[in-house]
Design a protein around this ligand. Structure first.
Ligand code: HEC
Ligand code: HEC
Length: 376
């Protein structure tokens, strides 16, 4: 039973930043207004006062990713408000130190973060290492290269080429739904997955696990996650909702331009065999999005999104491949989603466009019952 739960939790962690499931944080399952401050929702916030309550869990994910630890490095199971562990108290001092370093040296810009020093270790390394064997091979292809001023394509040209490459605006506009079947691969496992998408911006995926279905859903404004053997659902927060709404958009190619307040193309980068142009789209009040377009085909081969936290940004990178026709529009039949906490690949074998999809598929179930205060 324990092993099973671990497998389920592992999947949750890669599907969405599902640490609430992994670590058993339940107090947050109350409806979010998005306006609440951290200290209003949580019991023992001393440093992160004034931070939106919604950002506390992502901020904790930023810390765990930066230090290469789990939640229990600092927290007692089931009592996150307690200060029983020394590293939690150290972490508070570190936050103060980080804010001071940036205030005193970088005009309050968040240049130094936990990751700047920690690099995935709880104890940062202060000495340069001796050289192991011979010099490591320089991986030139992975580095972005600046485009000479005035020689590259404009953002509009890239977006137009992309829309044309997938089949044209009219074809994209005709897509109202899509049903996909395939496999999800993560941590050496492979499981069948069904994905349903429908206008406007509704999407749900069912991963068929031996013990039942795990569900990741977005209904146009709310996102949630359901795990077999766990009652109720867990809500998506902040950057995850933002990302889910983008993934749910069946007409994304023709909506990209409207999403951005400002666009720029300043670099090229090689991704696998594709030489790409990197388009950076700025958004109103949200982190930017980086889009990598194949210079030859014009297709989107990578998207990088950033989730905002109180201490730094958390990236999500999605690589798109195996473009094939589905209802007159080319879509990626394979994509790999990678975050600091894990990665998975979905390979689609069948995609049917404009088929009826029951609205009930996107109906949100009741939230998980809160645990008794002293449970666990
Ligand atoms: C390196 C230490 C560290 C790690 C690792 C860490 N936290 Fe925290 N956590 C803190 C600190 C410090 C605070 C209090 C912040 C403050 O006082 O402003 C906190 C506060 C919290 C709170 C608010 C509790 C309350 O009611 O006051 C929650 C919930 C929480 N963390 C969840 C998590 C989860 C989930 C993880 C794993 C993803 C995690 N934390 C990982 C240091 C850590
Ligand atoms: C300027 C560099 C720097 C930054 C920025 C930084 N740390 Fe540290 N941190 C250190 C060093 C160095 C140590 C180790 C001190 C030691 O070995 O006693 C440390 C130790 C820690 C420890 C104790 C680890 C243990 O094994 O007990 C925690 C927890 C920690 N840092 C959390 C954080 C968090 C959270 C952030 C971001 C808010 C952060 N640090 C930012 C340099 C930094």
């Amino acid at each position: 039973m324990k092993a099973k739960l671990a497998a389920v939790a592992g999947l949750a962690a890669v599907l969405v930043a599902g640490v609430m499931v992994v670590c058993g944080v339940h107090a947050q399952s109350a409806p979010q207004t998005g306006e609440k401050k951290a200290e209003e929702q949580f019991k023992n916030i001393q440093v992160l006062k004034g931070v939106p309550a919604d950002q506390i869990i992502p901020t904790m994910q930023f810390i765990t990713a930066s230090l290469g630890v789990e939640c229990d490095f600092c927290h007692v199971q089931g009592a996150f408000e307690k200060d029983d562990k020394k590293p939690k108290q150290t972490a508070r001092k570190m936050m103060e130190m980080m804010f001071a370093v940036n205030a005193d040296n970088f005009d309050r810009h968040r240049e130094v973060t936990c990751y700047t020093c920690h690099r995935g270790n709880s104890k940062p390394v202060g000495m340069p290492p001796v050289m192991e064997e011979s010099a490591p091979p320089m991986n030139e292809s992975a580095k972005p290269e600046a485009i000479k001023e005035g020689t590259g394509p404009s953002p509009d040209q890239l977006l137009e080429k992309y829309v044309k490459a997938v089949g044209g605006a009219a074809a994209v506009d005709k897509i109202t739904s899509r049903v996909m079947k395939g496999e999800i691969n993560f941590a050496g496992k492979s499981l069948p997955i069904d994905i349903y998408a429908k206008n406007p911006d509704q999407r749900v995926s069912f991963t068929h696990m031996p013990e039942g279905d795990s569900v990741t859903a977005f209904n146009g404004h709310e996102g949630w996650l359901g795990m077999p053997g766990r009652p109720g659902i867990r809500e998506m927060h902040g950057g995850d909702i933002d990302g889910a709404s983008i993934d749910a958009d069946l007409q994304l190619p023709i909506h990209l331009k409207k999403m951005f307040t400002e666009m720029s193309v300043k670099e090229t980068e090689k991704i696998d065999d594709h030489q790409t142009y990197v388009l950076i789209g700025q958004r109103e009040g949200r982190p930017p999005i980086d889009l990598y377009f194949d210079q030859q085909s014009g297709l989107l081969v990578r998207m990088v999104r950033f989730g905002e936290t109180a201490l730094g940004q958390l990236p999500t990178q999605i690589d798109y491949a195996d473009y094939r026709d589905s209802g007159g529009v080319k879509i990626p039949f394979r994509w790999t989603l990678a975050r600091p906490g894990g990665r998975f690949t979905i390979q689609i074998s069948q995609a049917d466009a404009n088929v009826p999809v029951d609205d009930a598929k996107f109906a949100k179930p009741a939230p998980a019952p809160d645990r008794p205060p002293k449970g666990n």
